[in-house]
Ligand binder design. Structure first.
Ligand SMILES: [Zn+2]
Length: 281
């Protein structure tokens, strides 16, 4: 909720013609901001086609008074779909700024929030973005582990997901299941590690929306939040196990996930069972 409110406020700065005051404030603060009323082009999301990309050269297209920076292209993942945003750095003109938050607004513009003590690049500056790779790679492994678990629960129980979250070093999924015993948790752990051992390829494929809509199993979230206008749909295919619509970052094969441990299973109410997982090694 916090993210969407922030996004609304940020896009309002540029899309709302009455936003002149905010731009004046930016000018007073010595920050070059885009003109009020102008629109910022959708950010080119480099992680969508290459999750392993950790750096990119880009140009600053907008900044705001809240230390938000928009680049024409980015390898930084913005918070979404239960996956946390990346952290990292922007380097430019011999200086270094720390990226502490990344969010995407409803216009598809990605905002990189810099720490308060960081230098702010001016619009037009060429910057190099460096993603904190250790953290991102752990998130990619946890995210892929979620898909494996999800695929197994769907295959064996036909249960939808009611919630998903990654908070390193753990990830969790909530399932629409009436019961989740400790024994089931152990069986699930064993089945997940079997898939890790099989080292199945993990691919991102694009399906025309019309075709995707014919396969309801692709929408694994109980509340399907994918707008009708999204076409084609990005589908993550763990070859031979599971396919589901998804916008996150994943590893290229299940073997990269490493050993998965079910940390805890808990009931979050009727028909809502939570499984927490962590990685070993
Ligand atoms: Zn995913």
């Amino acid at each position: 909720m916090k993210v969407s409110l922030m996004s609304l406020k940020k896009s309002a700065l540029y899309l709302n013609p009455r936003a002149g005051t905010m731009v004046d404030m930016a000018a007073k603060a010595g920050i070059a901001a885009a003109a009020a009323g102008s629109t910022i082009r959708e950010t080119d999301l480099l992680y969508v086609s290459d999750a392993y990309r950790r750096q990119s050269d880009a140009e600053v297209v907008a900044v705001d008074v809240e230390h938000g920076v928009v680049l024409d292209r980015t390898a930084f993942f913005p918070t979404g779909g239960g996956q946390p945003h990346d952290t990292g750095q922007l380097t430019f003109a011999g200086t270094r700024a720390t990226v502490v938050d990344v969010s995407k607004d409803e216009a598809g513009v990605v905002w990189h929030t810099l720490s308060p003590e960081s230098p702010i690049p001016a619009v037009g500056t060429h910057v190099r973005g460096l993603v904190d790779w250790e953290r991102r790679y752990l998130v990619m492994r946890l995210h892929t582990a979620q898909h494996i678990m999800n695929g197994i629960v769907w295959r064996d129980f036909g249960a939808h997901v009611t919630g998903a979250r990654i908070i390193p070093p753990e990830a969790r999924l909530d399932f629409e299941l009436d019961a989740m015993s400790q024994g089931l948790g152990r069986a699930l752990e064993e089945a997940i590690n079997e898939v890790v051992h099989q080292d199945l390829p993990v691919r991102a494929v694009w399906l025309p929306r019309l075709e995707a809509d014919r396969d309801p199993s692709l929408m694994r979230l109980k509340a399907n939040l994918i707008p009708r206008s999204i076409d084609p749909l990005r589908v993550i295919d763990i070859v031979g196990l599971d396919r589901q619509a998804d916008g996150g970052t994943h590893v290229g094969a299940t073997g990269e996930v490493g050993h998965v441990r079910v940390v805890r299973t808990e009931s979050k109410g009727k028909a809502n069972k939570r499984v927490r997982i962590a990685l070993e090694g």
